[in-house]
Design a binder for this molecule. Structure first.
Ligand code: ADP
Length: 161
C-alpha cells in the first residue's frame, strides 16, 4: 500500500487544502490528513472541530482518512505506515521554511520523503489566516472555503460555536 500523510493545522481547511488533498488522493492508494494537535499557533477551531470539518468536506473521496496527531510529523507518518509527507507550496515565501522542514525530517527519518504539490493558480493567494481575517470584518469568504466551513467560521465569530 502506497500511503502518504498530509500534515497541517487546517484552521480551517480552505479550497487550497482541498485541492492538494484531491490531487494527492489520485497519486496514492491512501492519504491520511493529519491535523496537528499541539500547534504553536492558537487555533480558532479545536482539533476535534478541524477533524470533523475535514471529514465532512472530504467524504466524497474514498481513499482519504482524517486523524489528529501530536508531536513530530515523522513519528506520525511512521505510525501510519506511510512513506511520504505531502506539503503544498504556494509561493517563494513558503519555500524556505518547507525546505528546512523537509531536510530536518529527512535526517530524522531517512525512509520518509517529502513531496511538494504546487498550488493550483486560483488558490495561490489563499491561507486560513486571510480567510479568518476577511470573515472577522464581515467579508464574503465563499470563494475561499466550502459552504460548511464558511458556516462554521461565522458561528465561531458570532460566538454561537
Ligand atoms: P501548517 O501550520 O503546517 O503550515 P497549514 O494548515 O497552514 O498548516 O498548511 C498545511 C499545508 O497546506 C502546508 O503545506 C501549506 O503550505 C499548504 N497550503 C495551505 N494553503 C494552501 C493553498 N492555498 N494552496 C496549496 N497549499 C496550501
Amino acid at each position: 500500500m502506497h500511503r502518504a500523510v498530509y500534515p497541517g493545522t487546517f484552521d480551517p481547511c480552505t479550497y487550497g487544502h482541498l485541492d492538494i488533498i484531491e490531487r494527492a488522493a489520485k497519486l496514492f492508494d491512501e492519504v491520511v490528513v493529519g491535523v496537528l494537535r499541539n500547534s504553536a499557533k492558537t487555533p480558532l477551531f479545536s482539533t476535534e472541530e478541524r477533524v470533523n470539518i475535514l471529514r465532512k468536506v472530504t467524504e466524497g473521496i474514498p481513499n482519504i482518512r482524517v486523524c489528529s496527531f501530536d508531536g513530530l510529523s515523522v513519528d506520525f507518518v511512521q505510525s501510519c505506515d506511510a512513506q511520504v509527507i505531502i506539503r503544498g507550496l504556494r509561493a517563494i515565501t513558503d519555500f524556505e521554511y518547507e525546505l528546512q522542514m523537509a531536510q530536518t525530517n529527512r535526517v530524522m527519518a531517512p525512509g520518509i520523503d517529502t513531496m511538494f504539490l504546487t498550488t493550483s493558480l486560483q488558490y495561490a493567494y489563499l491561507s486560513s489566516t486571510t480567510v479568518k481575517e476577511v470573515a472577522s470584518y464581515g467579508g464574503d469568504i465563499s470563494h475561499f472555503v466550502p459552504p460548511l466551513v464558511a458556516e462554521n467560521i461565522m458561528k465561531k465569530i458570532s460566538g454561537a460555536l
